[in-house]
Design a binder for this molecule. Structure first.
Ligand SMILES: *Cc1c(COP(=O)(O)O)cnc(C)c1O
Length: 464
């Protein structure tokens, strides 16, 4: 049998896909009970993947079996209810199912001509996001791999616009001899923003750092004077404390000076799409660009980031592309809004999430994360753990000990318990535990059970 005949057969028989479904269901059925982090045995078993590149074509069903046998147990149970590490979201069932279906389509989203349906659904997502976040009518959306990519695009648009206002065509002339651009950022700015500053050639040493308060929010009175050469980097959701910068006042000042404001709201911007937490993002509509993830608090599959920008001309110019074979259309050609050309149809899962949730559902999902974070903080405090931050959103910072080493040992003991997974961070010069409530699955029993894991870990390390 030739390779092609073999693959025709696999496609026709479909047993391979039934097998994938069985394994997937098997995985989902065990997710709530298994260790959150893989067991030592599961990690050792990863050595099974060590082998030379095969010479002969393999058997598809055996490949899937091997992946399920040794891969599934070595995955981290992020889709269960007790994963609180980093800021990683779960996955809404409707988005997972949508991904399955659209995987059969395997669409390339660069141009309308490549996928009219994706072009259409990107357009719908753009409209719905504008409406949900109450952004200006001229706001456009780019669907990228994550917030890191979204920030990069937002700052590229900012750079294009600021230079253009000074009659400098950045695409043609570049940085050499260009007028200076000032970058203003809070001391708690996320690493992904700083990375974009470096990647775009602004120079991290050129950032004008602004002091923050004890929650990590920019202090408005500490802002330097703003002018038309400034890009101001604000955040909606500090990655440790969940705190929101005071957007209102800073955006007003920026707009009077004709400066550009980018708001990084990777997980926190969704507060602005709720009824009960939208006070946190008050004033966000006055910025120029926004970055937000689908794959964190909204619980779409990875990889799903969104760049929103109210200066379409600057964004499209910054991400310009040309080629004789590219037939741009009257319809939405997605590649105008992203750095990539070929791209999977990730906006379809976002569309499914928004259609399924509706604005009420977004409120219920996001506010629910907040409620369980509040419960987590409350139960930890009741168990004599020191909660360091104001739990305004879904993030909790805990200082279980004055000693960094003890805190580290407690973190490791919690992780090794398999009961839940939390990571560490540094906060105001001290080692802390950082908790992110980020999945729709997490219920109040998961929280109480996790608090027990904290208590037991402290007992094991400190004997009390
Ligand atoms: C996660 C995060 C990022 C980076 O987002 P990715 O989707 O991982 O690229 C940027 N900013 C903040 C505040 C984040 O939480």
């Amino acid at each position: 049998m030739t390779l092609r005949e073999k693959m025709y057969r696999e496609q026709r028989l479909k047993t391979l896909f039934e097998q994938a479904q069985r394994h997937g269901f098997d995985y989902a059925d065990g997710i709530l009970e298994r260790n959150v982090f893989p067991s030592a045995q599961a990690l050792t078993n990863l050595d099974r993947f060590d082998e030379p590149l095969p010479v002969k074509s393999g058997d598809a069903e055996s490949i899937l079996t091997e992946l399920h046998s040794y891969g599934s147990p070595a995955s981290v149970a992020q889709t269960g209810g007790r994963y609180f590490g980093f800021v990683n979201g779960g996955i809404l069932p409707v988005t997972l199912a949508t991904k399955w279906l659209t995987d059969f389509w395997d669409q390339n989203t660069a141009l309308y001509a490549m996928s009219p349906v994706t072009s259409k659904l990107e357009e719908i997502c753009e409209q719905w996001l504008r409406q949900l976040f109450k952004l200006p009518d001229n706001t456009v959306a780019g669907f990228v791999s994550g917030t890191s990519a979204a920030i990069f695009c937002g700052l590229a648009a900012a750079r294009y616009r600021i230079f253009k206002n000074q009659h400098w065509d950045f695409n043609q002339r570049g940085h050499n001899g260009a007028p200076p651009i000032r970058i203003i950022a809070g001391r708690h700015t996320h690493g992904a923003v700083i990375k974009a500053v470096a990647l775009l050639g602004f120079g991290v040493d050129n950032i004008e750092w602004v002091d923050c308060d004890d929650q990590g929010r920019i202090v408005p009175s500490a802002m330097p004077p703003i002018d038309h050469s400034c890009i101001i980097l604000l955040q909606a959701g500090n990655v440790n404390s969940g705190a929101f910068d005071p957007l209102h006042e800073i955006c007003d000042n920026a707009n009077s000076a004709n400066a550009w404001v980018h708001i990084d709201g990777a997980f926190g911007l969704w507060a602005g799409g709720t009824k009960r937490l939208c006070h946190l993002t008050e004033g966000m509509e006055k910025a120029h660009s926004w970055s937000v993830d689908g794959h964190k608090t909204l619980n779409t599959p990875y990889d799903s980031g969104i760049l929103l920008c109210r200066d379409k001309d600057a964004l499209v110019a910054a991400l310009q592309a040309s080629g004789a074979y590219l037939n741009f259309s009257e319809n939405r050609d997605g590649m105008h809004y992203t750095p990539e050309m070929s791209r999977r149809a990730r906006a379809i899962e976002l569309w499914a999430a928004l259609k399924y949730l509706g604005s009420d559902g977004v409120d219920e999902l996001i506010y629910g994360l907040h409620e369980r974070a509040v419960q987590f903080a409350y139960e930890l405090s009741a168990a004599n753990f020191k909660v360091v931050n104001e739990v305004v959103f879904n993030q909790i910072i805990v200082a279980p000990s004055e000693e960094d080493e003890t805190t580290q040992s407690i973190i490791e003991a919690i992780q090794q318990s398999g009961e839940c997974w939390v990571g560490g961070s540094m906060w105001m010069g001290k080692k802390v535990i950082r908790i992110s409530v980020c999945s729709w699955v997490t219920n109040s029993e998961d929280i109480s059970r996790s608090v027990q894991a904290f208590v037991q870990a402290r007992q094991a390390i400190c004997g009390k």
